[in-house]
Design a protein around this ligand. Sequence first.
Ligand code: GRF
Length: 200
Amino acid sequence: KNIVVLISGRGSNMEAIVRAAAAEQWPARIAAVIANKADAKGLEFAAAHGIPTAVVANKEYPTREAFDAALMEVIDGYQPDLVVLAGFMRILTPGFVDHYAGRLLNIHPSLLPKFPGLHTHEQALAAGEAEHGATVHFVTAQLDHGPVLGQVAVPVLPGDDADTLAARVLQEEHKLYPRAVRQFIEGRVSIEDGIVRLTD
Ligand code: GRF
């Protein structure tokens, strides 16, 4: 099976998925890592691990639709069974989301449905939450909604700021996301009435 990963920056979740796929010998390969910025840090790791990389720079396209069309063409060149958004910081058009319906995953750093959108760690601190975390979900047209495939919680500790909290969440993201992607690749995941069903 072919997995295409989209990143915008550091790419530490992509790295965790690449490492898990190799270490656990998944019946899948990371067919490509694609970024919307030429300077996305994660591209270096991917290239160093022999993974094809591509850049589709959103700033070179006049509209979201034009960017998404170009991105789809590059992605589809790798015949993906699954497209993984890993710190990909662009909102995708309904046309894009529909095209990959049921095979497009995202990780969001909050316990959805709490705190969709940006600055989730600041939001959780401001709300005085005792727990925070991350969610892997299928992408639907509504931002940071869509059927939940996995979630992990961490405590919010006294003295936390957004950075310490983000680091605690990120550590768990690196376990959660590879586990979720693996479940999908193994064909254990289905969506019924908008709810994820996991079989063993
Ligand atoms: C992660 O916290 C992810 O949940 C969020 O952006 C961050 C990306 O980090 N969407 P990385 O690029 O995977 O290191």
